[in-house]
Design a protein around this ligand. Structure first.
Ligand code: SAM
Ligand code: F3S
Length: 443
């Protein structure tokens, strides 16, 4: 397969990870170069997201925009992967017949075969099956792109929250073996990666066998933290239901574990949490947050929220605002509930007018925004350990890196700092980033 590929990614970090794997698979199959624009590509891949309605509709709008490119380049292949592909399957080809291949999150390694089959048969190919963990066995070794990397350690989700499509689009929870994860981390460390983010829709649901004994996510973290070269470990997204005391203790005992956890709560109302089937109460969530912050003083907590879930009352929403005020979040994503076809909540009665829902979202975002800004301002004057990722986006002579709590910092410093940890004093808080000055360059 010759030519250039263009990959457009929608949605979450799992999709970003998958897109990097898709690029690798295409590179190995011969489509080595990445095109800067869809116009220059021979294969266009949309890696899609269906978690909310807007994300889903965007895919068809974007597909419509590349359709005409086939006139100039009749050999052009258009492939749709990710969660919309998984959910819609063959319906995509019926709605957009110019699409050549539809593949799912668990069949991305088969993309070259599907493209070849499309060319040979002249018929669009659809494969959105869940062939267990075959994906990982068939993927090429990862290539590092800078000092930070994502490593997927489990796939899918078996929690079935009533609002969420992920269990249907990504299949059930399947953990990658300890040996595989370790080998991938070691390969990345050998290429200069210093910080790893372990990925999974429910990353702390990881289960495996280490040294012949059953092991959980906390145990995995202990083993991975022994690896030379990897200096900082993050993970996302974790689920409160599986946030064990052992995992909390890991935050006290493992120095390489970043003092930052993304722990989606969705709502502060027990009634809503039960209707969502989240499997915990607001009190249980508060208790995890309290124990985590006790285990690792200064730990920064971020979260996801849904407002306007079917049946959410003013009192339920007030409970969410109370939880936000009590727990304190350094960062957050918040959304208005979006009914997803095929999920139980899509059939729940929903009497709340849209304008009430958007007013709630605004109120919640105002509270979360204030916490985000005050967390930023509280960092001014402090000295932070920053992993330098490269040049800052705006000024090529400035460096850019991330703090323990995942804040972007821009500061003056030599290009040689890239890939190393530097001590940086925070001098100012901007709306989306921090400014700093170099205190100590690494040895
Ligand atoms: N397992 C992860 C979790 O529990 O957060 C990932 C789930 S989802 C990909 C990421 C976030 O999208 C969720 O935390 C939730 O806040 C939001 N989300 C999922 N389904 C949604 C829906 N139907 N409407 C609005 N937001 C939704
Ligand atoms: Fe979705 Fe709940 Fe799983 S939010 S990804 S069903 S934990």
């Amino acid at each position: 397969m010759a030519g250039k590929h263009y990959i457009r990614t929608f949605g979450c970090q799992m999709n970003e990870y998958d897109s990097a794997r898709i690029a690798e698979v295409l590179r190995q199959a011969g489509a080595a170069q990445a095109a800067a624009r869809p116009e220059d590509a021979d294969i266009i891949v949309f890696n899609t997201c269906s978690v909310r309605e807007k994300a889903q509709e965007k895919v068809f709008a974007d597909l419509g925009r590349v359709r005409h490119l086939k006139r100039a380049n009749p050999a052009l292949m258009i492939a749709v992967g990710g969660c919309v592909a998984s959910q819609e399957g063959g319906a995509i080809v019926r709605r957009a017949p110019f699409v050549d291949v539809v593949f799912g999150p668990q069949t991305l390694h088969r993309l070259p075969e599907l493209l070849a089959e499309r060319r040979a048969s002249g018929r669009p190919q659809v494969d959105v099956s869940f062939p267990e963990i075959e994906k990982f066995d068939r993927l090429p070794a990862p290539r590092a792109d800078g000092p930070t990397a994502f490593v997927s350690i489990m796939e899918g989700c078996s929690k079935y929250c009533t609002f969420c499509v992920v269990p249907y689009t990504r299949g059930p929870e399947v953990s990658r073996s300890f040996e595989d994860v370790l080998a991938e981390l070691a390969a990345l460390a050998a290429q200069g990666v210093r910080e790893i983010t372990l990925l999974g829709q429910n990353v702390n649901a990881w289960r495996g066998v280490i040294d012949g004994a059953a092991a959980d996510f906390a145990e995995l973290l202990r083993y991975l933290s022994d690896l030379d070269g990897i200096e900082r470990i993050r993970y996302t997204t974790s689920h409160p239901r599986e946030f064990s005391q052992r995992l909390i203790d890991a935050h006290a005992g493992i120095g390489k574990l970043a003092a930052q956890v993304h722990l989606p709560v969705q709502s502060g109302s027990d009634r809503v949490l039960a209707a969502m089937k989240r499997g915990y109460t607001a009190l249980e969530y508060r208790s995890i947050a309290r124990r985590l912050k006790r285990a690792r003083p200064g730990l920064s907590l971020s979260s996801d929220f849904i407002v306007g879930f079917p049946g959410e009352t003013d009192a339920d929403f007030e409970a969410t605002l109370r939880l936000v005020a009590e727990v304190g979040f350094d960062d957050a994503f918040s959304f208005v509930y979006s009914p997803r076809p095929g999920t139980p909540a899509a059939d729940f009665a929903d009497a709340t007018p849209p304008e009430v829902k958007s007013a709630r979202l605004q109120a919640l975002q105002a509270a979360l925004g204030a916490q985000y800004r005050s967390a930023n301002e509280a960092m001014v004057g402090s000295v932070q350990r920053v992993l330098v990722e490269g040049a800052s986006r705006r000024h090529a002579d400035e460096r850019c890196g991330r703090t323990e709590n995942n804040r972007v910092v821009n500061f003056g410093g030599a290009a040689e700092l890239a890939g190393r940890f530097a001590q940086v004093r925070i001098t100012a808080a901007r709306s989306h980033s921090l400014r700093g000055e170099l205190v100590h360059a690494p040895d």
